[in-house]
Design a protein around this ligand. Sequence first.
Ligand code: KIV
Ligand code: ZN
Length: 508
Amino acid sequence: MERVLIFDTTLRDGEQSPGASMNLGEKVLFARQLERLNVDVIEAGFPASSPGDFESVKRISQEIRGPQIAGLARTTPKDIDTAWQALKQARAPRIHVFIATSDIHLKYKLRKSREEVLEETGRAVAQAKRYTDNVEFSCEDATRSDPDYLARVLEAAIDAGATTVNIPDTVGYTTPTEYAKLLTQLRQKVKNIKKAVVSIHCHDDLGMAVANSLAAIENGARQVECTVNGIGERAGNASMEEIVMALKTRKDFFNFEVGILTEQIYPASRLLTSITGIQVPPNKAIVGANAFAHESGIHQDGVLKEKITYEIMKPETVGITQSTLILGKHSGRHAFRDRVLSLGYELSETHLNQAFQRFKDVADKKKQVFDEDLEAIIADEILRIPDFYKLVNMNVVSGSTTVPTSTVQIEIGGKLIQDAAFGDGPVDAAYKTISKITKTKSHLVKFSVNAITSGTDAQGEVMVILEESGIRVTGQGAHTDIIMAAAKAYINALNKLEYQKRPKGVPS
Ligand code: KIV
Ligand code: ZN
């Protein structure tokens, strides 16, 4: 049976989602989860785009030994050299070179002629080939390019040594039938096409990224580029979990092998949400909260009689297990470590101690601690970037007859600073005091609160998006007291803004 390779670009194209930027530690943590998922290729970043991207591609290349590691590069000699410097320690490095081929991009963006782009393609692929045999070439905006010209560019790339050629639907413009036709035409027009793996890469602007990807697979594509939860530029990329589960669930129809360990899909989806703060809509296929929930009486009756009546996949197949009571305040360190490991987190001794201490605090306040609580604790304690601003104390007074007032103490560079402020409500009072102390002028773009589990003693999880001088960051905080959770989320976002202002690539 033929195999379809899964090329995951969550850490590159996915990270281009508004508010999805991740720091070095978060990228390495997520890359480990991609390794557990058993993806074939991890696109770890775009090394020439920033020192931070360079550093994360380098670290992932050093640490991840299973999947191939790809780094993106434009056709310039400097980009290709930089990509190689970041990738060279990988077990199986891949340089991914791209240039646009549509007349729209040539005229308005590149200001180059078709002949110039053709010449640059051959030269860039040949340069990458001197570093590694594993070279991918992408024609950006392929679906709005002239198919005859596209065929010439692809042929030149393969002649120069490209082993994978990618036909992206960069702006999410094509349709399944049209994309299938383009793939068929290219297989006929590109004489040397058999020497390369044909790859596809779809964006979801018209909501057709997954359908387009599957249509291309039916028509010769053997690598699909996708992201966890479908995050990515604008409306996102094709969703990895939807493509994989379509290929697996409808194997009778597609008849392809995929290497993904599907039980790792849900943990990957949750981890990405914890890191980026980008919530999955409840009705999202495969990983949404309602994906396996049967609401109508007729459906419930059918499922109780026989699951196959309305269930085409088992939730356990994608790693969704019943949220069971797992730990309480008498649980020991050993049980805690085992549970954290089974959730997919390999923590250092220091991080484990930190998380265990926090777990004990939560277990004291809350009788039952669930998997979701543990994930929130880990996100809050471990995935945080190092604190520049450290919340030491906060008191908020609020009620129907008093003006909401907050007093806050924050440690900044070892110095304890305190202040107080009034607000329209307890969160507003806390936020005003924090911005007074930190002297920050960020704008609050989004604020959301979620109860992590059910019950009035549930931990509240707050997600905020802050913007300052064009930089957007997300911040998260979890606590049984939602005002505390809100303050922690705000401080987390301020720390991220501070981190972004420091020289990139300097892990602190
Ligand atoms: O959407 C796109 O065209 C891309 C390429 C760089 C592969 O992301
Ligand atoms: Zn893309």
